[in-house]
Design a protein around this ligand. Structure first.
Ligand code: G3P
Length: 227
């Protein structure tokens, strides 16, 4: 069961604050492992912090990038190369997040090529989807390891998807497949996570519940408390 925290570009999730927050995730992992198995915390780091975070923590916790491009070494400018991420010690990458979608015209060709290239390079790929239908299409037409279904209207809000739309979780698992679904948007508590796991998703993708909390370490322990 994966608890993936997206640091986004929150001030509490960049530069030295990012290092502090990653350490809290590592500490929470050690605490949770004393009594529970199969709970894996992971972090998704702003592109400009990845090198420093990997230097400090690669191999201690799964580190994800928040985006990458379908590009390799050579004449490409401003691109985030999957090979470079892998060589830094990155575990995986989030793609097509609501805040960084590939195309507003639903032209999925470039996204699918990027998913498949990142996967071929060796990265674990979490592809985001705003609807069950989009998630099912991308699951069927790409090699994504996970599909993270996140209703955009609930992202960053006070009402979690577990409360507002629990049926979306069941529909996602049914249409995308068991073992592939992560759920996000407003996830903040152990109860939110419990609902997700009871409906057979395999993890959660969250951000503000941890990055904007005054007590992120305690939130991390609570997220794992009902599993
Ligand atoms: O990447 C996860 C993010 O989109 C969810 O945000 O703040 O609702 O947990 P939040």
């Amino acid at each position: 069961m994966i608890i993936l925290t997206n640091f986004k570009a929150y001030p509490t999730g960049v530069f030295q604050n990012a290092k502090n927050l990653v350490q809290m995730h590592i500490d929470a992992q050690k605490e949770v492992e004393k009594t529970k198995e199969n709970i894996q915390f992971a972090v998704a780091i702003n592109s400009l912090d990845i090198q420093s975070i990997c230097d400090a923590f690669a191999g201690t916790i799964d580190i994800y990038a928040q985006h990458c491009d379908n590009a390799s070494f050579g004449s490409s400018t401003g691109k985030i190369l999957p090979e470079m991420l892998l060589q830094m010690g990155v575990k995986g990458v989030i793609l097509h997040h609501s805040e960084h979608r590939f195309s507003s015209e639903n032209n999925y060709a470039e996204l699918i090529e990027t998913i498949n290239y990142a996967k071929k390079t060796g990265l674990t790929v979490v592809c985001c989807a705003e609807t069950v239908e989009e998630g099912a299409f991308l699951s069927e037409h790409s090699n994504a390891d996970f599909i993270a279904v996140e209703p955009p209207e609930l992202i960053g809000g006070d009402i979690s998807v577990s409360t507002a739309r629990p049926e979306l979780i069941s529909e996602s698992v049914a249409d995308i497949g068991k073992g592939k679904v992560l759920i996000g948007a407003g996830i903040k508590t152990g109860v939110d996570v419990q609902v997700v796991i009871e409906k057979e998703a395999v993890g959660v993708l969250l951000a503000s519940g941890v990055t904007k909390s005054e007590t992120p370490y305690e939130v991390l322990l609570d997220l794992a408390s009902k599993v």
